[in-house]
Design a protein around this ligand. Structure first.
Ligand code: HEM
Ligand SMILES: *[C@@H]1O[C@H](CO)[C@@H](O)[C@H](O)[C@H]1NC(C)=O
Ligand SMILES: *[C@@H]1O[C@H](CO)[C@@H](O)[C@H](O)[C@H]1NC(C)=O
Ligand SMILES: *[C@@H]1O[C@H](CO)[C@@H](O)[C@H](O)[C@H]1NC(C)=O
Length: 527
């Protein structure tokens, strides 16, 4: 079950009072026909809803749409100007999240992605900025490069690059955040995987159980006792997932290990300087846990999308390599190359744009009744920005919008087209913007306190990873699950909060001039 519905259901649960549609206090934005009792309930269960919403926007000639389900209104913002008007300019009232007591029980509310716009969230955001801000830049950057170099080694022998990619992203987050070396990462990754699977199942079971008890007559796992037991287990697992890596960083620093990491830095400096309280320590555990939880799946999805684009568009792969090689002249990329090869910048932008991994962003919730363009938007509405539609707008990005064409971000002479719309919208809006990405914030005059300092972790890591893989390997002979060649027109991304490329396999061949010895040597000291 797609994550988006978990969100929606949870919001429904909050607002849920009876099986009657809320009373209308004025015209809602247009939307498809509502059925008695269930409203648009059935319209929600569709594949790639972002495409459906884009079609409705044309059908109803409106950039803002609404859907109704029992107990809640869903508002869909289809164009950037609407998102700017609401999420950004009226950010004060459009920055809550669907959130329930159930989330709290599950321990998910410790992940601040899911917190309401309030004191707790603000403190976490501040701590995030502090611990992942500019001062830790060098920690993060050296780990970015190292984990990419280690990826090149595992690609030498691995037989499923998607496994290697996931390992590399985990490697980056675990080493940058906690200083956990590759040899000790498996146990943490297993823990995370385990909690993610359980969480997903439980959220669904629990929400459906509380929301639609009449459906609960069926399978045995679906009993109240089962859910309660599950909640306890998940709460503990989430706690363990966030706490164990932190504790291991603590143990390391007590033993005087000098691994460079965000947590290590905390133990070395901040703890002595500011005599930090237990509460604050917990807040740091949660913040670091959040960055690990929110960062890995998104970056893994981005990297998989990149590999898919490279095998579906071999001409573009060849061109990217040729341009890369003309600068690198047979060596592997280093940090100093970041941002010096416009074609790779354009490639990153296009991967972010082509099949956005968060096509509907993360829902925001409206805190109070609001009026917009004559429409009444009721308090508690779940507001969804159709990021996919904004990134697939030919007025913004030029023709052949569904094709993968990095050149759309370039001038004829190969420099970056500075007037072309950026892809920042992929990282969210206003006060809830993804803090793993920072450049977008300079666009907005608001929410200054959380702006500026953060580095563009996701983009930079993507840049280095893409450049490393392309300069060392040629990707070819892609096959789907059944061993059949891939066709562009048949590719389907998943319908989830994080929308991912389909699973596929391909061959990796070392580029001429790149040897196994070079790859092995490259994980030594990095510049
Ligand atoms: C390709 C990479 C990524 C994409 C496309 C992405 C996208 C997003 C989006 C769309 C949101 C919701 C914004 C909104 O509500 O308007 C978000 C929130 C968030 N992201 Fe990312 N993200 C990425 C990588 C990362 C990384 C690397 C980290 C951590 C280091 C991270 C941490 C977070 C956190 C903590 C939030 C919650 C912010 C809040 O609710 O205040 N993300 N991200
Ligand atoms: C840290 O704070 C605690 C309680 O507030 C206090 O008892 C302790 O002496 C402080 N330690 C230092 C090194 O300041
Ligand atoms: C890559 O660059 C090196 C050094 O300039 C050059 O010798 C080599 O021919 C290039 N490889 C390709 C495939 O263009
Ligand atoms: C650069 O971007 C602008 C704005 O989207 C567009 O009008 C222009 O044609 C682009 N230039 C090139 C050379 O593609």
């Amino acid at each position: 079950m797609p994550w988006i519905w978990v969100f929606l259901l949870s919001a429904v649960l909050v607002a849920f009072t009876s099986f009657v549609l809320p009373r209308r206090r004025g015209p809602l934005p247009p939307g498809p026909l509502r059925w008695p009792l269930i409203g648009n309930g059935l319209d929600l269960w569709c594949k790639h809803p972002w495409k459906v919403y884009a079609r409705w926007a044309q059908e109803y000639r409106s950039d803002i749409l609404s859907l109704q389900i029992p107990g809640a209104t869903i508002i869909i913002l289809n164009k950037e100007h609407v998102v700017q008007d609401l999420f950004v300019k009226r950010g004060l009232i459009y920055s809550d999240r669907p959130y329930t007591a159930f989330f709290e029980k599950l321990g998910i509310s410790r992940i601040f992605v899911f917190q309401d716009y309030g004191e707790r969230w603000k403190n976490n955001r501040k701590a995030f900025k502090r611990y992942l801000g500019t001062e830790t830049e060098s920690v993060i950057r050296s780990n970015e490069l190292l984990s990419c170099r280690r990826l090149l080694i595992s690609l030498l022998t691995g037989n499923d690059h998607q496994v290697d990619f996931r390992k590399a992203v985990n490697d980056f987050f675990l080493s940058a955040t906690y200083g956990i070396p590759p040899s000790q990462q498996d146990e943490h990754v297993a823990l995370t995987q385990e909690s993610a699977v359980l969480l997903k199942r439980l959220m669904i079971q629990g929400l459906v159980f509380e929301f639609l008890p009449f459906l609960a007559s069926l399978p045995t796992w679906f009993t109240a006792a089962g859910v309660t037991r599950g909640v306890g287990v998940v709460g503990e697992l989430v706690d363990k997932m966030m706490r164990t890596p932190f504790e291991s960083a603590k143990a390391d620093s007590i033993q005087g290990a000098r691994r460079v990491s965000v947590a290590g830095r905390f133990f070395r400096f901040d703890k002595e300087l500011s005599n930090i309280s237990n509460d604050e320590e917990i807040s740091i555990i949660d913040v670091l846990g959040t960055s690990y939880a929110a960062g890995t799946d998104t970056v893994v999805a981005l990297v998989n999308s990149f590999a898919l684009a490279m095998v579906l568009y071999p001409d573009i792969q060849r061109k990217a390599y040729t341009i890369l090689n003309s600068t690198l002249r047979g060596r592997l990329p280093a940090l100093k190359d970041y941002g010096t090869i416009p074609y790779i910048d354009a490639l990153v932008q296009e991967v972010v744009r082509w099949n956005p991994i968060a096509p509907l962003g993360v829902p925001h919730v409206l805190r109070q009744d609001d009026v917009y363009k004559g429409y009444i938007l009721p308090k508690g509405s779940i507001c969804i920005a159709n990021t996919w539609n904004i990134l697939h707008d030919e007025e913004r990005y030029g023709p052949n919008i569904d094709e993968f064409i990095p050149e759309r971000f370039l001038n004829a002479d190969g420099t970056l087209n500075e007037t072309r719309a950026k892809t920042d919208v992929a990282f969210g809006f206003g006060r809830r913007t993804c803090p793993g990405e920072s450049k977008s914030l300079s666009l907005y005059s608001m929410s200054v306190w959380l702006s500026t300092a953060l580095r563009d972790i996701a983009r930079e890591f993507a840049w280095i990873l893409f450049a490393s893989v392309l300069s060392a390997y040629e990707l070819f002979d892609a096959r789907d699950e059944n061993g059949m060649p891939l066709y562009r027109s048949k590719i389907e991304y998943t319908t989830e909060i994080v929308s991912s490329a389909p699973h596929f396999k391909c061959q990796f061949r070392l580029r001429p001039g790149i040897t196994r010895a070079m790859i092995h040597e490259a994980v030594g000291p990095v510049d």
